[in-house]
Structures are given as C-alpha cells and as structure tokens.
Design a protein around this ligand. Sequence first.
Ligand code: ATR
Length: 283
Amino acid sequence: MTLKLGLIGHPISHSLSPWIHAKFIDLAGLNGGEYKLYEGNPNQLPDVLTQLKQNKIDGFNVTIPYKQVVLDYLDELDSDAEILGAVNTVVNQHGKWKGGYSTDGGEGYVRSIIESFPSLLNKDTSVLILGAGGGAARGIYRALVQKRLKRVDIANRTLDKAKELLPLGKDFTPSEVLTFHTAEKNLSQYDLIVQTTSVGMKPKVQEQIIQLDNIRKDTVVSDIVYQPIMTKILQDAKVHGARIHHGHAMLLYQGQLAFEKWTGKKLDVSHLVDELEDKLRGE
Ligand code: ATR
C-alpha cells in the first residue's frame, strides 16, 4: 500500500514540508509514497477534508489558519491537542482521525536542540524564551518545562501574554515573566536563549529583538526564524562568541516526529540539516 501524506493550510505553496517528507519517504524506502499540498481557503476546507477522507490519506499536517477549526473534523485528540486546543498532525488510525499537537514547535524543537547540544538540557539549565505568541512559544515553553530544568523564563513585549503560559509549566520547572529590558540585563544567567517571534524574519532582516551585550560565551542562542538562515540575532550572537542554533533544524525534527507518528519509523535525519540549509540558501 502506498503511503499518502499531505498538508492542509492557506497559503502553503512555499511550504518546505513536501521537500522534507520526500526525503523521509526515500530514507524509509517507501517508494511511491507521497506528501501533497492541499491548499484551500476556509470555504473550501470541508471539501478538502472530505476528499482526504475518501482518499484514505494516512496522515497529514495542519497549518495556519486551520489548527483550531480542524478539531471539528477529528474522531480523537491526544492530550497535547486537548490542552492547547489546536492540532498540527492528524494520524489515520484504522479509519479514525486522531489529532495531535506535539510535533509542532515543542517536542521537535527539543529534539533538534538535543541533537546539536546533547548535554545542554539538564537540572542546572536556565532558559530564556523571547516571545509568547500563540503558536511557537507555547509549544516550545511546554516541551522545555517538561525537561525539568532549573528555570525557563519568558520575556515578551506584552507581559500579560507571557503570564498566560505559566500554568503550563508550574508542575515542572520554575518560571518568571520578564520585560525585554530586564532580560537584557540578566542575560548572563541563561544557558539557552530561544527567539520565537517573527522579529528578524525576511524582509525585516535588520531587526533584532534584544541586545546581547551581557551574554556568556557558552550560551546557545537559538532562533526559530529560518528565513534568513543567519538572522541578525544569530549574527550578533556569533560576534559575542556565543553558540548558535538555526531554526530550520527544528523544522526537520518536527517532520521526523510527524513521520514517526504516521509510519512508526524513527529516521536518522541529522545529515539533512545541512542539505536543508543549502536549499534555504538557494544552492
Ligand atoms: P504566533 O501565534 O504565530 O506565534 P503571535 O501570536 O502574533 O504569533 O505572536 C508573535 C510573538 O511575537 C508575540 O510574542 C509578539 O509579542 P506581543 O505578545 O507583545 O504581541 C511578538 N512580536 C511580534 N512582533 C514584535 C515586535 N516588533 N517586537 C516585539 N515583539 C514582537
């Protein structure tokens, strides 16, 4: 039986997921498998989903703007999806559609960090998350606090939005909400700084969310923005002698997790990080 996968969202024509999953299908030896884009505006969504059901799709990713509305079409949710009220991966389990959220941001992000910095996350690790947006920051915060670290603080322009995330962490890891100004002053206490906002993304490549003057040299600065590959904050981190982690690695590991849910196969994807970087650089 041929593996049928895909993505629903709008707009998705620039998605990297077809490239990533074509590589995974090859790696898994599932010749003839497919990962297709199912683009549709909100009026077309019911038809798109009916089509996927009729085609007996094995699984699909869900992206903006359908992460919440897709819940109405599912038979079951995993606990992440239930807590977050959003779904980014659907698995067809014997005809029943089960929605999950764990492959977005959070767990895939943590996998990508562990792959690049195997000993970074432990009980002595302090993390600073920059941004508290609905999608990425929430998933990343949740996955990081579950590693039971020393602390995971959140700095955001709108403090109330950051405070909304705190209940997700309270049973696992201490957290505080900070202004960007306080975060900049206290930067030397962090081992990992995760930039989760769109600041610095093309075309506004000159923007940088905080200044890094107080950073330590062994700190890892991680930016989930991957267009451009070398964002301003990552360039600045290098100037300060800190270590860096690129956003596109997260994409691959999110894909790895989704593919595992669909096929049961955990692929070694580490060699694809550089290939994806070349693709993003247009080589
Ligand atoms: P998403 O749900 O896609 O993550 P979002 O909810 O719009 O997007 O959140 C974007 C994040 O980027 C938020 O943390 C936002 O800060 P606010 O909560 O204060 O709005 C942050 N952000 C976006 N543009 C910013 C800017 N120019 N300066 C500082 N923070 C910014």
